[in-house]
Design a protein around this ligand. Sequence first.
Ligand SMILES: Cc1ncc(COP(=O)(O)O)c(C=O)c1O
Length: 408
Amino acid sequence: MTLDVEQIRKDFPILERETRPGVRVTYLDSTATSQKPVQVIEAMNDYYRRSNANIHRGVHTLAEEATSMYEGAREKIAKFINAASSREVIYTRNTTESINLVAYAWARAKLKTGDLVILTEMEHHSNLVPWHMLQMERGIELDFIPVTEEGLLDLETYKSLLDRRPKLISFTHMSNVLGTVNPAAEIIRLGHDAGAVVLVDGAQSVPHLKVDVQALDADFYAFSAHKMCGPTGIGVLYGKSTLLESMPPFLGGGDMIKEVKLRSFRPNTLPHKFEAGTPAIAEAVGFGVAVDYLSAVGMERIAAHEHEIIEYALDRLEEIPGVKLFGPSADKKGGVAAFTLEGVHPHDVAQILDRDGIAVRAGHHCAQPLHEKFGIPATSRASFYLYNTMQEVDLLVNGIYKVKEMFG
Ligand SMILES: Cc1ncc(COP(=O)(O)O)c(C=O)c1O
């Protein structure tokens, strides 16, 4: 069951990097973006060296090859999340654009003044601001599933919010600050029972857990390649085909049309209807290889490895006087440890750790309302992935003791 982490680390050239002479990087910021294995880097390099052409339009060999690689990656991604069909996998730029696609194309067509959208207090800004914008434009109402002191969603309040017959529930499967893994299947089932459509922000779940969109019965599911060993610049919106078919297009232009007249157009079929213009082709190829890579290692094994690390990390961090951890216990969360250190600003913590090559993030992590809820402006956050080791947790802990010494 356990991962051969030393072998896995050999696939990630950046982990050999020295950020200053003699100081090797300890990368604990995978929640922001993951590192990329050499398989992904080489696949993108090979694509540009051997197959580069624009897709869907040409009949020449390179165009056909590029199209088949681009569409082949879509097939792999569909299988990875168990979509019923690759027609339900729309390429976007990232999770943020996927959520905006739903807000623009689905919500603007279906929601009117007074309609209720339920979010949660632990959302990333990318699952808040598109709805704020729609509220200003359309007069929809927003309400929020509260987060408990422990860092869990208050499902009893959720059930009472459902009495108000919301039109949409949109929530994160896993918090990028607290690490909380929310009971997605239950939230979706309850939402459906109340007649709502449900969108899941899967930016942190798809990279770390086995996600089956059909078993979850999610209507929409959004995620980014760059957090799951793939390149930046590409993400996915999964949507049930019936919903995607009922929606108007998002962006207009080339590729998303079947036919254009001077004064009208007919949209293309799925998934192309939502992919206007030349897409991120090399990135799609890299994304497909990232999915191959994660599948070969095994998502269950990755989740188990991260569980061991976070359990150890929480135990060790808790021992440090002055450290306050946020979020639930290891059994209810993924590999994310957000903390404060008494008397030291989180940015100072991150900056001093960086001197020893330890990369953690400091700030509000694009979840300002959540930090406000806990009465703090910022936290330091260490996050773990398949290539992290227990020794790296020890380096982090030693680094924090050093910070404490410096600040007396
Ligand atoms: C929970 C969550 N949602 C959405 C996003 C936004 O992802 P992207 O910047 O790739 O669009 C992030 C990124 O950190 C995230 O953690």
